[in-house]
Ligand binder design. Structure first.
Ligand code: MF3
Ligand code: CO
Ligand code: CO
Length: 266
């Protein structure tokens, strides 16, 4: 499938969906603390989406080819879980790190964003991994402008992670997004400058690097969804949905509570 360029109307709808996805994260933030279960966080997000926003949680029953339907409304990935963690009875403890990944559908359009959360006070190594992953996402986004190539973006992310001794997960990538949850193009979080697809105004895709403190190898748990690091090292991920504009980019998944850009890009 060729990469679809969004019309002005589609972009307007994607702005709304993106903001709403980010607002779910704002809403759930004060609830992330020791003693809360990932199921409780899921249920809070679900109720907020349905009852307050009038959005549809895209993960619920999402079943790409080869997968069974995802049984919850958000993904919660704790510590060495890389992505696609299924909310359940696990109770968060002080020192855990957690990714909550929210995708809403509003008027047929998807907004997809995730953030990392600290449960209580993080260990210094955990904070460093989360910070470097945040910087890596932003350095990737900073490459986004017409004429840039996807390899430029991947290289910016990969080189920042590897400079800090971390590794990039290669099996999962960012993606085009719109009326479909996952569209072309694939956004690799590694690569060589000057290679890959050339960016054009109107493209919308996610940037969502998964970075491991240890080795890059991952495996899938028996639940058919949860991805973990093989070496049990910590993993972090951040995600924004981004539009290529005439002179650069616009981040669509912004809200009042969006964390500020890191010093490396400002
Ligand atoms: N939100 C994830 C992404 O960023 C996809 C989750 S698929 C699910 O692409 F089924 F696990 F929700
Ligand atoms: Co995504
Ligand atoms: Co996501």
């Amino acid at each position: 499938m060729p990469v679809q360029l969004k019309t002005a109307d589609e972009i307007a709808a994607m702005r709304v969906a993106g903001r709403l996805a980010a607002e779910v994260l704002d809403y759930v933030t004060p609830h992330v603390r020791p003693g809360v279960s990932t199921q409780a966080l899921n249920d809070l997000c679900h109720a907020y989406m349905i009852e307050v926003q009038g959005t549809v949680p895209a993960p619920l029953n999402y079943a790409p080819p080869g997968y069974k339907p995802f049984p919850r409304s958000v993904c919660t990935s704790v510590n060495h879980q890389v992505c696609h963690g299924i909310p359940g009875e696990r109770v968060l403890r002080a020192g855990d790190i957690l990714n909550i990944d929210v995708t809403v559908i509003k008027d047929g359009f998807h907004g997809d964003t995730s953030r990392m959360f600290y449960v209580g006070e993080p260990a210094i190594q955990a904070r460093r991994l989360v910070d470097v992953t945040y910087e890596a996402m932003w350095l990737g986004i900073a490459q986004v402008r017409p004429g840039a190539m996807l390899g430029d973006l991947g290289h910016a992310i990969q080189s920042h992670a590897e400079k800090h001794g971390y590794s990039i997960v290669r099996e999962f990538c960012g993606h085009g997004i719109g009326r479909k949850f996952h569209e072309d193009p694939q956004i690799l979080h590694y690569g060589k400058p000057g290679t890959g697809l050339r960016l054009e105004p109107g493209m919308i895709f996610t940037v969502e690097p998964m970075i491991n403190a240890g080795r890059p190898a991952i495996r899938e748990l028996a639940d058919g969804w949860t991805i973990v690091t093989k070496d049990h090292s910590l993993s972090a991920q951040w995600e924004h949905t981004v539009l290529v504009t005439e002179n650069g980019h616009e981040i669509l998944t912004q809200s009042a509570g969006t964390p500020s850009p890191p010093a490396v890009v400002s």
